[in-house]
Ligand binder design. Sequence first.
Ligand code: NAI
Length: 342
Amino acid sequence: MDLWQHQYEQLLFLQDRSVGLKAIIAIHNTKLGPALGGCRMRHYASDEEAVADAVRLAQGMTYKSAVSGLPYGGGKAVILSMPGQSPREQIFWALGRHIQTLQGRYITGIDLGTAVTDMDWVRLETPYVTDTTGSLGAAGDFTARMTAYGVFLGIRASLKRVYGSDSIQNKAVAVQGLGKVGYQLCRYLKRAGARLIVADMDPLRVKKAADDFGASPRRPQDILAEPCDVFSPCALGGILNDFTLGRLGCRIVAGAANNQLAEVRHGEELHRSGILYAPDYVINAGGIIVTSVELLGGDAALARQHVEKINDTLTHVFRIADAEGISPSAAADRLAEVILKN
Ligand code: NAI
């Protein structure tokens, strides 16, 4: 494994054999402030895969905070799920002890595979954790709601760029993934008059979206190719890749999933094929905005106001892309890198 091929400030391998903890913390960049980014817990096929996931996600967090105007850097923790691990609380106590040794250089929170109760365990060992019981983000799924709201605003800004109007009325939006964010996004879209087409691996979630919003269900393998105005990936990362790009049936890709582009070049390919891509870390910043506003002492109303700026940020990214003759994904990276340099 070539650990030096990746970009990061600090890469930490954490181990506590007494409880079966194996974890990685990637601190990508702390120029704007402490590294902020959740903790993911899942099975990885190899250590290399876990390192690559942590590093790539951490970089996404740096760029997300930078373009969103937040005084934080980017980091991410991943815990490798393994058979025979101790009960969850022991894993997260051990993680909390490691995070405490960093003295605030990295602040964790929830991500895929972790929950508020896990963060409560971490909190017993360190204050450098968000999304604990009673926090702004944890209350009534506020984080997911604000993430969905930001994506909704990003969809409107994208429609404006393509059609000259940000009206969602009668626009066909295909939502892939009806979890915490996807479901809330459907709610915003339905209220604005969208025609919803949805898919999820879980048939119960599909049924609920059909019942609640009159959404038309599709099989998970078909949603990508659905003819529509907007394809909104709200499930997995890496969804825009060599196998999927040629199948897309949309004019716009705008969704919540992190790291949607399998590789940087896929952003260029989308651009060449005439599909507008709303860079993921620009439009899915609602969650980190909530966390950051709370860390700085703000409340829900302030967080919502800040999320509303996503519309302007994305419009600015599209303008840079036009002015420089580059793709929106390259324009977003350029914006983040300029902010990080100054
Ligand atoms: P979630 O775990 O609640 O929901 C994900 C949903 O996607 C599940 O219902 C799952 O069954 C479905 N799914 C998985 N594979 C699928 C496939 N191949 N086809 C269709 N559906 C599939 O996750 P959540 O919180 O809604 O997040 C969604 C995405 O947004 C994730 O990529 C996450 O990293 C990203 N994100 C979430 C934020 C948040 O505030 N929750 C913040 C920023 C990004």
